[in-house]
Every structure is written in C-alpha cells, then in structure tokens.
Design a protein around this ligand. Structure first.
Ligand code: ACO
Length: 151
C-alpha cells in the first residue's frame, strides 16, 4: 500500500538518500513536501516526495526503492500513484529531474509519459561536493522532464 507519512512519523532518510546523496539537499525540500511511503507488511520499501512548485505544478523531488526490492515494479507504481493523484487534484503538470547518465530513470520516466523539458547545466558539478557516478559516467547535468496532465 501507499500512504502519506504523518507529521509525527520519522522521515525515512535511508530511502531518500538512495535518490539524493546529499542530506543538505534533501533538507532543503523535505520539510515543504508531502512524503508518501510504499509499505509491504508495514515495512517501508519505497518513498515518493511531492512538492508544489507553482499553483498548478508539482515536482517529484525524490523517488526511491530499497535496493533489494528494485526492478519489481514498485518505482513504476509510485510514479503512477503520483500521476493519478496530481491529475485527480487538478494539477496541470508534473516535473521530475534526474542525472544525465541515469539511463534507467530516464527510461522509466519517459515510458510513463514524461518528456525532456530542459537541462540544468552543471547541476551536479555545482551542487555536490563529491563526484557522483552512474553507469560509470560522472553526472554533470540535471535533465528535467515534464508530464502535462488534464489535456
Ligand atoms: N536501463 C534501462 N531500463 C532498466 C534498467 C537499465 N539499466 N534497469 C532496469 N530497467 C527497467 C526495467 O526493465 C523496468 O522496465 P519494464 O517494466 O518496462 O521492463 C524498469 O526499468 C524498472 O521499473 P521498476 O521495477 O518499477 O523500478 P524500481 O522499483 O527499481 O524503481 C527507481 C526505480 C526508483 C529508480 C529505483 O531503481 C531506485 O530507487 N533507484 C535508486 C534511487 C534513484 O535513482 N531514484 C531516482 C532519482 S531521481 C528523483 O528522485 C527525482
């Protein structure tokens, strides 16, 4: 099941850090966002973080699945949940950002209907003190994808 994290519950940093390795970066958005958990028998296996960035726009700030449970459809289920909820609540667009070398993420997001909207040039070079590698490639730029809803 997927449910909203209550305000008095512990923030699942161990999951959030899988998608964003800077605690400082996470703390910039996490207190102004809704956090959803994917639970199996009460154990949190996935997280989804949604932030309102403009009156009719949401951004998925964080999406992560416990490594041992990846590639079983949980990420796609959380993404589908975000899209359905945003659509039902009348949002017009959802943004999601990922690394330029994040092949799997780019695949999942585009398969769900997101399209590349713009690039934050040098984002990973400017905002993270240590180099981040994915698929053997150093992340440099953040690719921002957008899904237009309620067309
Ligand atoms: N290249 C391309 N596609 C791949 C690859 C790969 N290397 N590996 C797996 N896939 C495909 C699978 O075939 C499957 O697609 P299909 O169903 O069409 O066959 C799909 O990717 C996997 O889908 P899920 O099982 O739903 O994905 P998962 O549960 O693993 O969740 C997620 C995806 C969230 C990216 C997870 O792997 C994760 O937590 N990764 C680490 C953290 C992360 O990078 N999070 C996203 C950062 S961006 C952000 O947070 C806004």
């Amino acid at each position: 099941m997927i449910r909203l994290l209550a305000e008095d519950e512990t923030i699942p940093y161990h999951l959030l850090l899988l998608a964003d390795e800077s605690l400082e970066a996470i703390n910039k958005y996490i207190h102004h966002s809704d956090i959803y958990l994917f639970l199996q028998e009460d154990i949190p296996l996935g997280v989804l973080v949604l932030q309102i960035i403009k009156p009719k726009s949401l951004e998925i700030k964080n999406l992560a699945v416990e490594p041992a449970y990846q590639n079983r459809g949980i990420g796609k289920e959380l993404l589908g949940f975000a899209i359905r909820m945003a659509s039902e609540q009348g949002y017009e667009q959802i943004f999601i950002g990922t690394g330029d070398a994040s092949v799997k993420q780019l695949y999942i997001y585009q398969k769900a209907g997101f399209e590349i909207d713009y690039i934050k040039k040098g984002f990973f070079l400017d905002n993270y003190p240590n180099p981040i590698y994915e698929n053997g490639i150093r992340l440099k730029h953040m690719v921002m994808l957008k899904l237009v809803l309620n067309k």
